[in-house]
Design a protein around this ligand. Structure first.
Ligand SMILES: [Zn+2]
Length: 316
């Protein structure tokens, strides 16, 4: 009788022992997996629980691995939360911010996205021509020297000053816009349009000879870097209201009309006021770029310059 009880007791204690052992193993495995987890490693680097959540939410597995190779940097988390954050630019954001401590996180992201952490005409690349009407041409993206758009047609003197030509479908879009403006009593005229490489070369060098390189770079693109070479850009002014110059066009009602309506016809203002740092150009109230109706509407609604929009939505 006694033996049986002892045996039962032994079985009972043995069973409890096994359960305790299993629980201990489970805890140990959990502890080890926690210690080797991304979360733990990030915390170990110095990131707070909130920061860890942000990092894991915004980045993919490979990107998080890269972060683990870097030292703790609170700015990384701030950049991650920016709307237009581009992961491939992260190191450039950090470098640019170091040199520009007065700039906000958001400004740093904007400037780096449009390559303004680099000097003009440095590290330039040939633009991706397969993008058609969405090609970017600026001080960092060039056209091949022998680039010539197709379907260039001469513009009628009713709509343009002498010697203007443009892609045929851009001409059609301009005419549609011209008529709509006319209905509201605004007469537009094109002052400058398609320019080939040699023309741009002459234009740029004339500025350079008379006013120096800095002035030339502020007012004209170097050959190969002008949007006018794409056959997608028009300099538009108002007929008989600016004495043949552009100086007061920004004050005109025609400009206000274009600002509000040009996107409906596929055009965007390419070098807006207050965005000079981003576009790398002085404000040009007259320079409109054709991107097609759908895209023009998207860009207009985004409030971004084409350079910013391109970096985040087209190139990325
Ligand atoms: Zn222009």
């Amino acid at each position: 009788m006694k033996k049986k009880v002892r045996l039962k007791k032994e079985v009972k204690y043995g069973f409890i022992g096994i359960v305790v052992l299993i629980i201990a193993i489970v805890f140990l495995v959990q502890f080890i997996s926690y210690r080797t987890s991304t979360k733990y490693k990030l915390k170990d680097l110095g990131y707070t629980t909130e920061e860890v959540t942000t990092i894991i939410e915004k980045l993919d597995h490979e990107q998080v691995k890269d972060i683990l190779k870097m030292e703790y940097n609170q700015n990384i988390v701030l950049f991650l939360q920016e709307k237009y954050f581009i992961y491939d630019n992260l190191e450039r954001y950090l470098d640019y911010q170091k040199e520009n401590q007065d700039k906000s996180t958001s400004d740093v992201v904007t400037m780096v996205n449009v390559n303004r952490d680099r000097d003009f005409y440095t590290d330039t690349k040939e633009t991706d021509l397969s993008l058609g009407d969405l090609i970017l041409v600026n001080k960092y993206y060039s056209l091949p020297d022998d680039y010539e758009p197709e379907n260039i047609v001469k513009m009628n003197l009713q709509y343009a000053y002498d010697d203007n030509s443009i892609r045929d479908y851009v001409y059609d879009a301009f005419l549609e816009m011209y008529r709509a403006a006319m209905e509201e009593g605004y007469q537009l005229i094109t002052n400058s349009s398609y320019r080939d490489y040699d023309w741009q070369d002459t234009l740029y060098n004339n500025y350079k000879t008379s006013r120096g390189q800095e002035y030339a770079d502020a007012f004209a693109a170097r050959p190969g870097y002008s949007e006018h070479q794409t056959g997608l850009a028009l300099d538009i002014t108002c007929y008989n209201c600016t004495n043949g110059t552009f100086d007061d066009f920004a004050e005109s009602e025609e400009y206000q009309w274009l600002l509000k309506n040009s996107y409906k016809y596929g055009f965007i203002l390419r070098y807006p006021e207050g965005k000079e740092d981003i576009t790398g150009y002085n404000f040009e109230a007259w320079h409109f770029r054709y991107v097609g109706k759908d895209m023009a509407k998207k860009i207009y609604n985004s409030g971004l310059t084409f350079d910013e929009y391109y970096a985040y939505y087209i190139e990325k």
